[in-house]
Write a protein that binds this ligand. Structure first.
Ligand code: ZN
Length: 375
């Protein structure tokens, strides 16, 4: 099929038409096809149409599964996996990494995905905090993690950075977790870590609050309980302790560590800790609020950022993925972000090299690292 027009080529062509002579245009292949009745429509030329990146493979490092009314039976689950694979094929997603925070939530579904298409799905389960106050809990969790590796796990998922979780659990740098973090490093298991929450959750939900200003987001914040909960600064300190104590363990700070509005601090963390990677999931709408700064950061650190979406069993995957790609690849204004939040954003227009790193090269490197399967 002939190559389709993209924006950059369009500008080049129109520039040439203005500056050059009409003769220069005739008979020259400008790399785009004229509108062809049989296979193209004007939609192919719209800014919301992906062009030269659609053949680049993608690895989605942050997905979930969850109970829905349709996946309670084996047949229902089979149908869910089949439709997810069909979208992955269509959108050129080579692998989905499925994160499951706690044992009872989603494990059954994740293992079914893994069994059905082991070459397409990778599973990072969590820990079980039920008996965390017992003295043998750290040992038990190390064994629990090893057992998970034997049944197919290739990483660990942690979510202690949510202030409301930490209230009844433990800090990220709690010494009880040190044996787990250290063993994860020895085995070669990366830890996908939810280590904070959006900045606005910590502020009052008024009309100036991006996240919590809209009616439907009000319940997400916890500004009224700030005095009882761990602060954002304290979470960053815990994260720092944890990462510095375990330089041999790879930490993937998910959602860009929720420091999308403090990129200078995030740059500092990356510079000081080579064992830290970031994932982009649910962060594009934040990054798109200051697109030029974000694009600069993401280009400079493109070898440390992994593509992720946070989508799950109920997600309408194709348009959801499409919104991610358009926001990352184009310089369109007033775009709906992947999550269609209360605000629209400016596309990040990342260079191709940076996109290739983020879409698959960094993930390929990470997934190629050997995982030791304990006896
Ligand atoms: Zn998630």
């Amino acid at each position: 099929m002939k190559e389709k027009l993209n924006r950059r080529k369009f500008f080049k062509v129109t520039g040439a038409a203005v500056a050059g002579s009409a003769a220069a245009l005739s008979g020259v292949n400008y790399g785009f096809a004229p509108l062809d009745k049989t296979e193209q429509t004007l939609a192919d030329y719209s800014p919301y149409h992906r062009t030269d990146m659609q053949n680049v493979p993608v690895i989605n490092m942050h997905t979930h599964v969850r109970d829905t009314e349709n996946n309670t039976t084996t047949e229902g689950l089979d149908a869910e996996v089949k439709s997810r694979l069909a979208v992955m094929d269509k959108m050129n997603i080579k692998k989905d990494i499925i994160l499951v925070s706690s044992r009872d939530k989603g494990e059954r579904i994740a293992l079914h995905y893994l069994k059905t298409a082991p070459e397409r799905f990778i599973y990072y389960p969590g820990l079980d905090f039920n008996e965390m106050d017992k003295p043998d809990w750290p040992d038990k969790m190390v064994r629990h993690m090893e057992e998970n590796v034997r049944i197919g796990a290739r990483g660990l998922k942690m979510i202690l950075g949510k202030p409301r979780t930490q209230e009844f659990c433990m800090p990220m740098d709690d010494p009880r977790l040190d044996p787990v973090y250290a063993r994860a490093g020895e085995l070669g298991l990366p830890i996908a870590y939810h280590s904070n929450d959006p900045e606005e959750f910590f502020y009052p939900p008024n009309r100036f609050n991006f996240w919590c200003g809209g009616e439907h987001q009000k319940d997400k914040g916890f500004a009224d309980r700030l005095h009882e909960l761990v602060s954002r600064e304290e979470l960053i300190r815990q994260q720092e302790n944890m990462i510095s104590k375990h330089p041999g363990t790879t930490f993937i700070l998910v959602h860009m560590a929720f420091l999308n509005r403090q990129l200078a601090l995030l740059a500092d963390i990356l510079d000081r800790h080579p064992n830290v990677l970031l994932d982009l999931s649910a962060a594009i709408e934040e990054l798109g609020r200051s697109p030029m700064e974000s694009a600069q950061f993401m280009t400079y650190y493109s070898d440390r950022i992994l593509f992720g979406t946070d989508g799950s069993s109920h997600t309408d995957w194709e348009p959801f993925l499409h919104r991610h790609f358009i926001c990352l690849e184009t310089d369109e204004d007033n775009l709906q972000g992947p999550y269609r939040r209360a605000w629209n954003i400016h596309g990040l227009n990342l260079p191709k090299d940076a996109l290739e790193n983020i879409y698959y090269k960094n993930a390929e490197k990470l997934l190629a690292q050997p995982v030791i399967i304990p006896k």
